[in-house]
Design a binder for this molecule. Structure first.
Ligand SMILES: CC(C)(COP(=O)(O)OP(=O)(O)OC[C@H]1O[C@@H](n2cnc3c(N)ncnc32)[C@H](O)[C@@H]1OP(=O)(O)O)[C@@H](O)C(=O)NCCC(=O)NCCS
Length: 167
């Protein structure tokens, strides 16, 4: 498994995965292109044998103490083997490098797999947005992570695995 920063040339492969993973509320190519190009964003992809198997994005406005996990997706056939956690870790490391204190995200109330991933990294529910996801009429659960606590909980082995240190 290898992860790297996304580039604008990943757009087509990202959009193919976006439609497969979010059939009812996929982002448009224009929106995704803007995300990939934004200086406030940080998008990473995971690939194997030249095939893009997943992507994830952070929005962390320079100088701000809050950041948001924008999206995270692994191809259906590649799920359950640590790739989602690897991408989420990359985003949280970038948020830490940018001096963020709190990371927020919204997750569908009917998505226990993603909720479990987030909870296992220390995200906690802080609110609900009723019927946020349309047209499916599904609530959003708002979750928050204290990033400095997350960094402090990491073992030296974790940091070695990702090849990055903490400042
Ligand atoms: C959510 C998603 C990104 C997780 O990626 P993944 O590569 O499958 O997950 P990982 O293998 O890294 O597993 C990380 C954790 O997720 C949870 N998880 C993964 N698969 C699970 C399953 N089948 N059932 C319950 N929990 C599961 C577990 O907490 C797991 O930790 P563990 O392995 O220590 O038990 C992936 O399932 C996905 O792309 N889903 C569709 C898109 C989506 O829902 N994105 C999130 C939008 S908020």
């Amino acid at each position: 498994m290898s992860t790297r920063a996304a580039t604008p040339s990943d757009l087509d492969a990202i959009m193919a995965l976006e439609h497969a993973s979010f059939p009812t509320d996929a982002w448009s190519p224009a929106m995704m292109r803007e995300e990939l190009a934004s200086p406030h964003g940080w998008y990473v992809v995971v690939e194997e044998a030249g095939r893009l198997l997943g992507y994830a994005g952070l929005r962390a406005v320079r100088g701000a103490k809050d950041a948001d996990i924008q999206t995270i997706t692994i191809a259906e056939t590649a799920r359950g083997r640590g790739r989602g956690r690897a991408l989420l870790t990359e985003l949280l490391e970038e948020a830490a490098r940018r001096g963020v204190h709190d990371v927020f995200l919204e997750v569908r109330a009917d998505n226990p797999v993603a909720q479990s991933l987030y909870a296992s990294e220390g995200f906690a529910e802080v609110g609900r947005r009723p019927r946020y996801y349309q047209p499916d009429d599904v609530d959003a659960i708002v979750m928050q992570l204290d990033l400095r606590g997350w960094a402090a909980r990491r073992t030296p082995d974790d940091a070695e695995t990702t090849g990055k240190g903490w400042c």
